[in-house]
Design a binder for this molecule. Structure first.
Ligand code: PGA
Length: 248
């Protein structure tokens, strides 16, 4: 039983109501449902509006608070995202870890909050350029996995995204050999921590994925899809990545 490919888009702090036209263009470009899962994570302001036009595409949030409700001005709970129609939420993106000082323990708590609300947690890990240059990429990611993936992770409730920080939004991509080394390592680590589910949890590669490099990345060992930032904003680009995932 293979893992179905997943093309996931992360719009970050981009998009207003007028941007929903990109989703309408994307869904109308596919005459038949693609042979992969598709998830788009718009800003929270657009979740419910995007759900209304997303026909077959899953919609997710980009972050959630660990609590279900309470006095946390500006935060959003997993339950609120679910209420808006989301089915997934990204947790621990490197921009959240850097901009908001999120620790592995907080990321793990957010993943558990996602599950509590019935959402799939897309848990992100990845090393900085300095860490890779120092030969620490595997150990950094291994440490993030140990701290950020709760014991209850299954193929149904969790997706793991490997996003080297230095490849995000830079146009720089690791070699295919480096992606394979990391994803194989991640599978081996998960087999130790989560032996029953290690083969079921999908691994996304993220960082400067484009329609032009998606197919070769999807062919790499233990790559089950992509988490796409910039190239998910335009229907033509994301459509090309979905097509590559469908054909992989
Ligand atoms: P990028 O972002 O595709 O723009 O590099 C990826 C991400 O941060 O998820």
């Amino acid at each position: 039983m293979g893992r179905k490919k997943l093309a996931a888009g992360n719009w970050k702090m981009n998009g207003v109501k007028a941007s929903l036209g990109e989703i309408e263009a994307l869904v109308s470009a596919f005459t038949a449902p693609p042979n992969c899962d598709v998830l788009i994570c718009p800003p929270a302001t657009l979740v419910s509006a995007m759900v209304a036009v997303s026909r077959g595409i899953s919609i997710g949030g980009q972050d959630c608070h660990a609590n279900a409700s309470g006095a946390h001005t500006g935060d959003i709970s997993a339950e609120q995202l679910a209420d808006a129609g989301a089915s997934a939420v990204i947790v621990g993106h490197s921009e959240r870890r850097a901009d908001h000082g999120e620790s592995d323990a907080e990321v793990a708590a957010k993943a558990e909050a996602a599950w509590r609300a019935g959402l799939t947690a897309v848990i992100c890990v990845g090393e900085t350029e300095a860490e890779r240059d120092a030969g620490e990429a595997l150990s950094i990611v291994g440490g993030q996995m140990a701290g950020s993936i709760p014991a209850g992770a299954t193929g149904a409730n969790t997706v793991l995204a490997y996003e080297p920080v230095w490849a995000i939004g830079t146009g720089k991509v690791p070699t295919l050999e480096d992606i394979a080394e990391m994803h194989d390592y991640m599978r081996a680590e998960l087999a130790k921590s989560h032996p029953a589910e290690a083969q079921n949890i999908r691994f996304l590669y993220g960082g400067s994925v484009k329609p032009t490099n998606a197919a070769e990345i999807f062919a790499v060992s233990n790559v089950d899809g992509a988490l796409v930032g910039g190239a998910s904003l335009k229907a033509a680009d994301f459509g090309g990545i979905i097509k590559a995932a469908s054909e992989a």
